[in-house]
Design a protein around this ligand. Structure first.
Ligand code: SAM
Length: 234
């Protein structure tokens, strides 16, 4: 059995009782960064052995892991933060396990985009999760696609690229598109910046936005709705 075990995205209490039990019970934890996960395990007094499993070795490790699972071992997969497989390694291993008839159990738990989306104030009945945009090749195409979506979309972005990303989104979606930048979720400096893309792009120019961030952007219809509301309000 392979368990996908979500871990906190900031606040160490954001981990389920079942996740803690399984981190103790599995024979081996496959961790993206063993040092980082080591800190979490130490906090909860867990001494299960760990092995590195990350974007740079996942291809070469899959067969060995399948062998261990087929030999009857219970393995847990964790990423640095949040849910394995969501903008993190996991998919390759899950697919290989299912093809080999090995059971995969994915525990419900923390992931950054859900709290960002639900507190954004933007419609969350339908949404598109984009994750990270490609840095170069294919970036323009993705931006065009995102701009055309009728519903809310979600991006992960790093602090040193956020200003550029907001300017590009403003150029593709228009300045009035409502958006929300959720920063440092569940951490001491948690912050939500809500407004239009133009408002957020200006904010990112004025001050350096640090830490981890999720960007939520309203769909194509949402700026039209905004304008109508504003007109009706007058
Ligand atoms: N597997 C993770 C999940 O389930 O959300 C995502 C991993 S991805 C490599 C890391 C990105 O997630 C960050 O660059 C940021 O966009 C987002 N993220 C992770 N933790 C966050 C936090 N505490 N606040 C805001 N965004 C966060």
């Amino acid at each position: 059995m392979l368990y996908l075990i979500p871990t906190p995205i900031g606040h160490l209490e954001d981990i389920t009782l079942r996740a803690l039990r399984l981190l103790k019970e599995v024979d081996l934890i496959l961790a993206e960064d063993t040092r980082l996960t080591g800190r979490l395990l130490k906090h909860y007094d867990i001494s299960t052995p760990m092995q590195a499993f990350h974007a740079h070795n996942e291809h070469s490790r899959v067969q060995k892991i399948l062998d261990e699972l087929q030999a009857g071992k219970k393995l847990g997969l964790v990423s640095d933060a949040g849910t394995p497989g969501i903008s993190d390694p996991g998919f390759l291993l899950v697919r290989a396990c299912l093809e080999a008839g090995i059971q995969v159990e994915s525990l419900p738990g923390p992931t950054a985009f859900v709290p960002a989306l639900t507190a954004s104030g933007l419609p969350c009945d339908r949404f598109h999760f984009e994750g990270f945009l490609p840095h170069k090749k294919g970036r323009k195409k993705r931006l065009e696609y995102l701009a055309s979506l009728p519903h809310t979309f979600i991006l992960y972005e790093s602090p040193h690229r956020i200003a550029r990303c907001l300017h590009e989104l403003e150029a593709h979606c228009g300045p009035d598109r409502p958006a929300c930048l959720a920063r440092e979720l569940s951490k001491i400096h948690e912050e939500f910046l809500r407004g239009t893309l133009s408002h957020l792009a200006k904010a990112a120019e004025k001050r350096t936005l640090k830490g981890e961030m999720v960007l939520i952007v309203g769909g194509q219809a949402s700026d039209k709705r905004n304008k109508t509301t504003r007109k009706d309000d007058r």
